[in-house]
Ligand binder design. Structure first.
Ligand code: FES
Length: 148
């Protein structure tokens, strides 16, 4: 019997599936702490905001809120909420928040991003997608930030 994929390709597919499973499990595990969510919807409200996660107390409890779509933190300088896409577009790693510097840091190659998602330090050339964020009904709502 012949397989449609080479041995190397099968191993890569298996590795990809394993990583996807592991990563999905990690997000799902975190998500289990964040139940009571309004169901994610693909349709924004009339004001453009979409509910992403709740309850709002998870930010205080964990210091950040991470889903597959958004990383929400609180800027300690002005206490405003900050929301960006967690995906570094250099090589698709998940960024983390560094409270001391108030920067998002990519653990893979060291890129740094400001609270507006713009690149502070490469190698990433493209910034993180930034969102407007607010809390309503005990949940976080986001909408893409329009750049002027
Ligand atoms: Fe983020 Fe390379 S993947 S700096």
């Amino acid at each position: 019997m012949t397989f449609p994929f080479s041995s190397t390709r099968r191993r890569l597919l298996f590795l990809g599936a394993s990583l996807a499973s592991t990563f999905g499990t990690a997000i799902a595990a975190f998500g289990q702490q964040t139940t009571n969510l309004p169901k994610p919807t693909t349709k924004p409200r009339t004001d453009g905001f979409v509910p992403v996660v709740g309850p709002a107390s998870i930010l205080e409890k964990h210091g950040k809120v991470l889903t597959d779509k958004v990383l929400i933190v609180q800027n300690k300088d002005n206490n405003k909420l900050v929301a960006v896409s967690p995906l570094c577009l250099h090589r698709n790693c998940v960024v983390d928040w560094q409270e001391e510097t108030q920067h998002f840091i990519c653990p893979c190659h060291g890129s740094e991003f400001g609270t507006d998602g713009k690149v502070i330090k490469g190698p990433a050339k493209q910034g993180l997608k930034a969102f407007e964020v607010k809390v309503e009904e005990n949940s976080f709502f986001i909408k893409p930030r329009i750049e002027n």
